[in-house]
Design a protein around this ligand. Structure first.
Ligand SMILES: C[S@@+](CC[C@H](N)C(=O)[O-])C[C@H]1O[C@@H](n2cnc3c(N)ncnc32)[C@H](O)[C@@H]1O
Length: 251
């Protein structure tokens, strides 16, 4: 790990985890946007409006399921992800589902390379907790959005991350935000480093306000029936605090 910056550590982890992550994801994710574990779907929440004919940019697209589901509804989609392995899956999935989506191997830190293109909708599902500089990213997102464009993103709920599912106790301070790196030993005994950023709700909301985007809604969904993403979660905890939070912004 030594000598690597956080973006390189995150890319390495996602390249290693990609195959497992994609196996865990049901094909059902390719028919509707799933906002996260117990996070409900676009079909139920209707945050994006009419999508037919809209240009969409997806940040941290993984296996491309969100872009593919929106392309099926007539959107013109571009997905970007730092992991070349995830992008390989995304291209395979689009081919299998017979839709055209442009997938780019591109980190958030280089989103500038998409300028001067404009997008009607920018969406990110469970990916911005890996962003090294959310403040810079959101300013770039504002520039890339067309007039009245929509930016919707979901991340892990900051309160959910504080609770230890084993004993339901608070495991760390809410105020201890920033980069967290955890050493993991996988079943094959290989060692991996998982990195992400913990953010307070006020950090996120203030970054949105400072970017010049308008915050329209915060949604704390709890779709009890989640059979797609909700596997492996401790039900007793999820029933009290759900793992997904969604922010809807507009230019
Ligand atoms: C939890 S996955 C979510 C994938 C997808 N949005 C989904 O709904 O399944 C997070 C994704 O963010 C990507 N990611 C992490 N850091 C990134 C960065 N700096 N730039 C672009 N993508 C990044 C990872 O490679 C991974 O595919």
């Amino acid at each position: 790990m030594s000598g690597k910056n956080s973006e390189e550590i995150i890319k390495e982890w996602w390249n290693s985890a990609s195959e497992y992550y994609q196996k865990e994801i049901s094909a059902d994710k390719m028919t509707d946007v799933q906002y996260g574990p117990f996070g409900s779907s676009e079909g139920k929440l209707k945050l994006l409006g009419k999508i037919n004919g809209k240009t969409v940019l997806e940040l941290g697209c993984g296996g491309g399921q969100v872009s593919i589901s929106l392309a099926k509804k007539g959107a013109v989609c571009t997905g970007m992800d730092i992991s070349n392995k995830q992008i390989e899956f995304a291209n395979k999935n689009a081919k299998k589902e017979r839709v055209n989506v442009e997938f780019l191997e591109l980190p958030f830190s280089q989103i500038n390379r998409l300028k001067p293109r404009k997008f009607d909708v920018i969406i990110s599902i469970m990916a911005l907790q890996y962003c090294t500089d959310l403040r810079v990213l959101l300013k770039n997102i504002r520039d890339l959005l067309s007039k009245d464009g929509i930016f919707v993103f979901s991340i892990e709920h900051p309160f959910y991350l504080l609770i230890d599912p084993k004993d339901m106790k608070i495991k760390e301070s809410y105020f201890n935000s920033g980069l967290k790196v955890k050493k993991e030993k996988w079943p094959d005994k290989s060692i991996h480093y998982f990195a992400h950023y913990d953010m307070k709700i006020s950090d996120i909301v203030n970054i949105i306000i400072d970017s010049g985007l308008k915050l329209e809604r915060i949604i704390e969904p709890f779709d009890k029936e989640d059979k797609i993403w909700g596997i492996g979660y401790r039900r007793a905890l999820v029933n009290r605090i759900a793992p997904t939070i969604i922010f809807k912004c507009r230019k």
